[in-house]
Design a protein. Structure first.
Length: 275
């Protein structure tokens, strides 16, 4: 068989170029150091030109130098973190609100990153479309193959949900309501917009299976969830030996999951890996 690996991330609808500009500036801020404080930041808006990370870091450090960490520790313990002072730094339409996080006396003076917590505001997250596009692009890349193709997708998401996995491969869930004529109960169907089922029926049939991982890394190998989905319309079946892994198959128009061996068992890793 052939195994093709790809990464996919949640689609947050953000401007990729603007996010890259902000990341450069925040990396400069994070690399700055202060003996008595870390900071929490909230960010909103987008810059159209590159913000100066050096200027941002310099202004934050100068502001922190005016604060008393012991007094702020007492205030935070009494009134909560929201009661601490705040500064705002702005470049074009991008605003960064900074709050101090006082370091306890016994931990002061040690090297550490400056940013202790960050928030970029609330918004809608599309978790299934990037998975679909990753699987579909790999299935179309090579044409007809002489062996089964499995696409392994490492999904970097806030939370990889089984609903998103199924929507990515078989189509988005939708509630269908009849209009006019005899009244019927709404019914749940799948739109024809999945990697394996499109407007004209089955597609991506070169792909025998999609092996989906929940943000896998060497450090999460022992406990992160993973599942191999079998394509019911594939030209070639996944080898039986591969079905030792946790997998899912379509049975009587339903997706049924079958337990398998975890990576911890396969590689003989301790339960508390990597400790």
């Amino acid at each position: 068989m052939y195994l093709e690996a790809v990464c996919a991330s949640d689609d947050t609808g953000r401007d990729i170029a603007a996010e890259a500009r902000k990341a450069v500036a925040l990396q400069m801020l994070d690399s700055a150091a202060h003996s008595d404080f870390m900071v929490s930041i909230e960010s909103e808006g987008d810059p159209t030109t590159q913000p100066s990370g050096r200027r941002l870091a310099g202004e934050v450090i100068r502001w922190l130098n005016t604060l008393d960490p012991d007094a702020l520790l007492e205030r935070a313990a009494r009134d909560g973190h929201e009661a601490l002072p705040e500064m705002t730094w702005q470049h074009e339409e991008w605003r960064v609100r900074v709050r101090p996080v006082p370091v306890r006396p016994e931990a002061r003076g040690r090297p550490r990153r400056l940013i202790g917590a960050r928030s970029f505001g609330a918004g809608w997250i599309d978790g299934w479309t990037p998975i679909r596009d990753a699987v579909l692009s790999k299935a179309r890349r090579y044409g007809e193959l002489d062996l089964p193709l499995v696409v392994a997708v490492n999904v970097d998401s806030f939370r990889l949900d089984p609903i998103d996995e199924a929507q990515a491969l078989f189509g988005q869930e939708q509630l269908v309501v009849a209009v006019g004529g005899e009244r019927t109960e709404p019914r749940l169907e799948r739109a024809r917009n999945g990697a394996w089922r499109g407007p004209s029926g089955p597609r991506g049939r070169q792909c025998s299976g999609a092996w989906l991982f929940d943000n896998l890394s060497p450090y999460t190998l022992a406990w992160r969830r993973q599942k191999l989905y079998l394509n019911p319309w594939a030209h070639r079946s996944v080898p039986d030996a591969f079905l030792l892994m946790p997998h899912a198959a379509v049975v009587d128009d339903r997706i049924e999951s079958i337990d398998g061996r975890s990576f911890r068992e396969v590689f003989g890793l301790p339960e508390q890996w990597p400790e």
